[in-house]
Design a protein around this ligand. Sequence first.
Ligand code: CP
Ligand code: NVA
Length: 336
Amino acid sequence: MVERKVDASVMPKAIWGLAGKDLLSFSEMTADALIGLVEWARVIKRWQRVGRPYRPLDGRSVALIFEKPSMRTRLSFDVGVSRLGGHPVYVSGEEIGLGKREEIRDVARVLSRYVDAVVLRTFGQERLEELAAFANVPVINALSDRFHPTQLVADLLTILEKKNKLCGVTVAWVGDGNNVLNSWLQAAALCGMHLRIATPSGFEPDDAVVTAAAQQAAVQGGSITLFHDPVEAVREAEILYTDVWTSMGQEEEEEKRSVAFAGFQVDASLVSHAAPDALVMHCLPAHRGQEISEEVLEGSHSIVFDEAENRLYAHEAILDALMRIPGKEMSKGDAQ
Ligand code: CP
Ligand code: NVA
């Protein structure tokens, strides 16, 4: 894939096609649209860093529904909607009782009459799919058991900023074959990256996601390789990425997992096997002494707080693209 020069004055045409769509995973997304979103997030970041107002969501509302705990995702969507001139409405999943107090399809149709987009963090991907099927406003996956796509837009933005490219970058994932990794597989494949994955035996990522990603990666000039040895996986890696060993909803497996994942900690010794200027990422929250050592998390290779900051701009780009009113091009003129 050719590195493109971005016109930092108008929303990239590659993301116009996302208007009105859902973001449940990257399975329906094109490479150009994903890269366009990342580029647009970078533009929005630059504008906001110099205090240039950009309010494409003026007069529009976004429901933020969380059925699981969240700090980064919840706050950055809330602040992001406000920065774009919109009105965020937070409600806990418990209060709405999706599928308990009220059927998901009914909630979807009522919400669509109040708000202009819905952001949902939930346990089941199928709950997002049902909500999206019945809503006539965009539905955004703010993390499910299967995928965490909004995290990846921020991760890619962070890598683009640090390495000035995405295509051809070698990333090593060390840890669990979880929701964040599934989104990494889809995103890395679309961007033509080389993703080297080390999980303990029995904790590999979803077969179907790996197969589809390997096919897509080959088209884009990237690759997907699975390992059980973290040292092998991190060789040549420019980025090391890890996440918790026990995701939300798996708490009863915590003891079993801490045994299975022994040897999969991203520590100084593991980092020493990667490229000398390798950067370490983690979606956070982190558990020092488990998936990552204190020394690495706080050390010079770590970019985890830049990564966390970028959730804000990534979410703004996603909202802007999905909530764009076709025919009304958002341009520099809107940002004055
Ligand atoms: N990385 C991430 O999604 O963080 P939160 O769970 O705090 O939202
Ligand atoms: N894999 C983790 C990510 C948290 C942001 C979880 O699902 O709990």
